[in-house]
Ligand binder design. Structure first.
Ligand SMILES: *Cc1c(COP(=O)(O)O)cnc(C)c1O
Length: 361
């Protein structure tokens, strides 16, 4: 492959080209330190500055301000499935879960091993094709938290409202749509995201946590699992994923230069509309998610036959549209179009879809 492809992989996913070029330019010698960020002590002033800047930039873009701490940890979003109940499900407390997809279900199953849980809603009967309405949520008033997954990466559904919890702390896995749209992040007591979809390379997970929530963490937890310790040490309790954090900083700088969350939302809406429009215009395609619950990040759809889906994936790859195969439990096609996917990529895919439908219907 001589040139870069349009990469629709669900994660690790495409990164903004200017970010990669920036990293390339200072890969060997970071700002006259004579070394790469990868070779730098995490206790050095230069690296501490990267961590502080990245936290400040994240707070600025998300709008959470100083009532929150932003942590950069390892273990992926999956480790957070366990850390959240470990930190907040003290005996007698229960965690409520909205089970709206496979990662949401995993989060719930991990919590079950650690403490008491409660199912606020489960959309498995609808094959996870839709996001529940507020009235469908059963949130016990004494719950330690309600856990939701703001974007269901596998099924292609997305919450388009923030549920009202009447004082129960709201916790969210935002791995596949963090910083993709303006959102009142302060409504979430804790939010987290594996970086490899919308924020950077794999290996870093971002956790935003309110200071009020931090106060609830018991001292009895091992330090490495304790949000309070990790926050007090500014994510430098142990060696953090240094290069990943540096890349995350570059992505945040890029995002800000694009115009922040407002601009990102407009860009993402327009991109998704290009593809959904073709799905809706041709009977040949069948969108997986219910229309009102459609994700702007992962567009999922089926073709009339599996052989056609295979052919679709193969022919798309031949013209440089890669990573379109759907998740094994859903089948079909999934186009992951996170912040860094260009409009041109979505236009090229939409036009390929039109040609393909005309040729095969
Ligand atoms: C990808 C993904 C995960 C898993 O992330 P890891 O970093 O691999 O642990 C969890 N939740 C959601 C919503 C995801 O999209």
């Amino acid at each position: 492959m001589e040139k870069r492809v349009f990469n629709f992989n669900p994660g690790p996913a495409t990164l903004p080209l200017p970010v990669l070029e920036h990293a390339q330019a200072e890969l060997l010698n970071y700002q006259n330190t004579g070394m790469s960020v990868m070779e730098m002590s995490h206790r050095s002033k230069d690296f501490e500055e990267i961590v502080f800047n990245t936290e400040a930039l994240f707070k600025e873009i998300s709008g959470v301000g100083d009532d929150y701490r932003i942590l950069f940890l390892q273990g992926g979003a999956s480790q957070q499935f366990a850390l959240i109940p470990l930190n907040f499900l003290s005996p007698g407390k229960r965690g409520a879960y909205a089970i709206t997809g496979n990662f949401a279900k995993k989060a719930y199953e991990e919590a079950q091993k650690i403490g008491e849980t409660h199912v606020a809603v489960n959309t498995a009967d609808n094959k996870y094709t839709k996001i529940p309405r507020q009235e469908e949520l059963d949130i016990p008033a004494d719950a330690a938290y309600l856990h939701i997954t703001t974007n269901n990466t596998v099924y292609g559904t997305q919450w388009h409202y923030i549920p009202e919890t009447n004082g129960v702390p709201l916790v969210a896995d935002m791995s596949s749509d963090i910083l993709s749209r303006p959102l009142d992040y302060k409504k979430f007591a804790l939010f987290y995201a594996g970086a490899q979809k919308n924020l950077g390379p794999a290996g870093v997970v971002v956790v935003g946590i309110s200071k009020k929530m931090l106060e609830k963490v018991p001292d009895t937890l091992p330090a490495i699992f304790n949000y309070n310790t990790l926050a007090k040490k500014n994510s430098l309790y142990n060696t953090p994923p240094t290069f990943g954090i540096y890349m995350l900083q570059l992505v945040l700088q890029w995002l800000k230069a694009q115009g922040g969350l407002e601009a990102m939302a407009k860009h993402n809406q327009e991109k998704a509309a290009l593809i959904y429009e073709v799905i809706d215009r041709y009977d040949f395609y069948k969108g997986y998610a219910e229309k009102k619950s459609r994700s702007l990040m992962n567009v999922t759809f089926r073709l009339p036959a599996e052989e056609l889906e295979q052919k679709f994936v193969q022919e798309a790859a031949e013209i440089g549209l890669v990573g379109l195969k759907g998740y094994r439990t859903v089948g079909g096609i999934r186009a992951s179009i996170y912040n860094a996917m260009s409009r041109k990529g979505c236009e090229t895919l939409a036009s390929f879809m039109e040609d393909f439908a005309k040729k095969h219907s």
